[in-house]
Design a protein around this ligand. Structure first.
Ligand SMILES: Nc1ncnc2c1ncn2[C@@H]1O[C@H](COP(=O)(O)OP(=O)(O)OP(=O)(O)O)[C@@H](O)[C@H]1O
Length: 581
């Protein structure tokens, strides 16, 4: 292992792996490396390009900006899904379309696809093992209530996995099977038929892109030759979270001609549910690959780096900036109280980013409301209650569009709205979407704290054909639930707000961070190597530049004592601060 700094250059014609902790300047280093390749490579010629793969669209934009306009046209910065779609799936889909029953002419990009009742019904009815589905789990019984609910959740979590013979298989996650656990194995036998119902309609999702790419490059190796000819350099940031299919494709590309470089931090591997793992990153090898490490932390104050170093065993980061600041504070109490307490301590103007473990807490922080006693499952209940798919889509997309816009994400807000005007010309689609979105934002205070039915009533004049209500579950749902409670259950696409999940904050950095946690396990017995939960909180803590705060709901006396002894950290019980409202 060779130690470098984020300003050092390395040879450009060798595969490499760069390992470095948070704030080491991995992205910074990668941008410099790309510039160095553009400047010195004799293999780029006019049309050949460098590929730079990163994890999110936001990260793509950051890298493009840092590369600058003068060399941006020499580099293809992209997420892996967009890259593979553009260069493998789209041009070569026709080769496997018949085999997988894909209507490839209808395929237009990749999207998140949710299971739908009509499709599930069709699939179950003609499932190749339908005769093995016997009472109380006949195909009709599986379409009812609790079982259907479990079936939905199970289908939402399908994954492509390699079996022991390295064949790629589509499998379900038994942990998500709930009430259908007993029959999940039978259902799993014919999952491809379920997928084909979407594919035959031209709909493919993000995982399908990886799957089809893998099938294509292994069946038709000439595609690899084309990729190598077009892209002599292939770099991947955040490689610790790489999906195994992606890893295999990269290895195939690296077999000849193309130089592959991967960059990442094993302690920041937080996507095991997508099949990534710290071990896979550590074990990733290519012929003659050179390994480097960067041991600096250029982001955080000395006090934050001390804390990060105390929970991490494999490396000790150097304090590059060598800037002192206040020691981190561990609050005991509610997140909103902690947020207000920080303002009390540091002044109203302090900008605080809160990072939460789950989506709901992050969204509740956006609206500064507490989750106490709230039903946190409202979106699932909404989907079940509103059996009119058209109305459901209009309402859900509108909520998403409004809430995306409220955090400043107008791009995705507009996309959501445009889906509701699919029958219009492109220009009309945009115009209608803007007008409606503006109207909804202007009216926000008129429906935010009111029953969901009020929101429906505001939308109704814009969608004349949207169904009304008869007595029943749908009407009850709209009358009994408040808009704001449904709004906090949505999933933000690109969350650019000050209140995000830790997962959505990956790769980013903020001046002051309040980390919201349910437990202090990651401080009391940290084990980054084996516990993904601990790594998630480590990622959260390491986003902070100047000040770090952590809030937990409770902490035993002996735990307080232990934490005080082990770390330089201040503990404050918020119930002892009377002036907090
Ligand atoms: N060589 C350098 N010169 C100047 N600034 C640097 C250098 N390297 C890194 N930085 C700065 O240090 C900070 C951390 O860098 P960067 O975001 O690239 O780290 P990272 O290793 O990708 O972090 P993480 O893994 O935590 O997301 C950034 O503000 C970046 O601009």
């Amino acid at each position: 292992m060779i130690t470098i700094t984020s300003s050092d250059l390395i040879p450009i014609e060798q595969h490499f792996k760069v390992i470095a902790g948070p704030g080491a300047g991995k992205t910074h280093w990668l941008v410099n490396h790309i510039k160095n390749v553009v400047k010195n490579s004799v293999r780029l010629e006019k049309t050949r390009k460098i590929v730079c793969i990163t994890y999110t669209n936001i990260a793509v934009e950051t890298i493009m900006k840092r590369l600058g306009t003068s060399i941006a046209n020499r580099v293809e910065v992209s997420t892996i899904h967009s890259f593979l779609y553009r260069h493998v799936v789209k041009p070569y889909f026709f080769l496997i379309a018949d085999e997988f029953e894909v209507n490839f002419k209808k395929v237009n990009g990749h999207e998140s696809i949710s299971p739908r009742y009509s499709i599930i019904r069709k699939w179950l009815e003609s499932h190749k093992r339908v005769d093995d589905l016997v009472a109380p789990n006949t195909w009709k019984q599986l379409l009812r209530e609790e079982k259907f609910d479990s079936l939905l959740r199970w289908l939402e979590n399908l994954q492509y996995r390699y079996d022991s013979e390295e064949n790629l298989k589509l499998v379900g996650n038994p942990e998500k099977a709930g009430a259908i656990k007993k029959v999940a194995e039978i259902l799993e036998d014919d999952l491809i038929s379920y997928k084909k119902l979407f594919w035959s309609n031209g709909k493919i999702d993000h995982d399908d892109v990886l799957f089809f790419s893998y099938v294509l490059v292994t069946k038709y190796p000439f595609i690899l030759k084309v990729l190598r000819a077009k892209f002599p350099y292939f770099f991947l940031d955040e490689f610790q979270d790489t999906n195994p299919i992606q890893s295999k494709i990269i290895k195939l590309i690296a077999e000849e001609e193309t130089i592959v470089g991967i960059i990442g931090d094993p302690a920041q591997s937080i996507y095991s549910f997508q099949g990534a793992s710290l071990k896979k990153f550590n074990n990733f090898q290519l012929e003659n690959m050179v390994e480097y490490q960067i041991l600096e932390n250029r982001r955080s104050s000395n006090q934050i780096i001390d804390l990060l170093n105390s929970v991490r065993m494999d490396i000790v980061q150097n304090k590059y900036k060598n800037i002192d600041n206040d020691v981190p504070i561990l609050f005991i109490g509610k997140p909103i109280d902690a947020f207000n307490r920080i303002k009390q301590l540091y002044g109203e103007d302090i900008i605080i980013h809160t990072l939460s473990r789950d989506n709901l807490t992050a969204n509740a922080m956006k609206s500064m409301i507490t989750l106490d006693g709230m039903n946190t499952n409202l979106l699932t209940i909404f989907k079940e209650a509103d059996t009119d798919p058209k109305r459901y889509k209009i309402i859900l997309n509108s909520v998403e569009s409004v809430e995306f816009a409220r955090i400043g994400d107008y791009k995705n807000a507009l996309e959501k709205m445009k889906e509701l005007f699919s029958d219009y010309s492109n220009k009309e689609k945009i115009n209608n979407s803007i007008i409606l979105l503006q109207e909804l934002l202007r009216n926000y205070s008129n429906y935010k704290d009111k029953p969901f039915m009020d929101f429906y009533n505001i939308l109704k004049p814009y969608f004349k054909s949207m169904a009304g209500f008869r007595k029943g579950a749908a009407k009850d749902f709209y009358n009994r639930n408040l808009y704001k409670h449904i709004a906090i259950c949505i999933n933000y696409k690109d969350d650019i707000s000050h209140h995000r999940t830790i997962h959505k904050a990956k790769g980013d950095e903020f001046e002051n961070v309040l980390l919201i946690s349910e437990s202090t396990e990651f401080l009391i017995s940290p084990d980054l190597e084996n516990e993904e939960e601990h790594r998630i909180y480590y990622v959260g803590m390491s986003r902070a530049i100047s000040l770090l705060f952590i809030v937990v709901p409770k902490l035993l006396e002996k735990e307080q004592k232990f934490i005080k002894e082990k770390y330089s950290i201040r503990i404050e019980d918020l119930s002892d601060i009377p002036q907090l409202n």
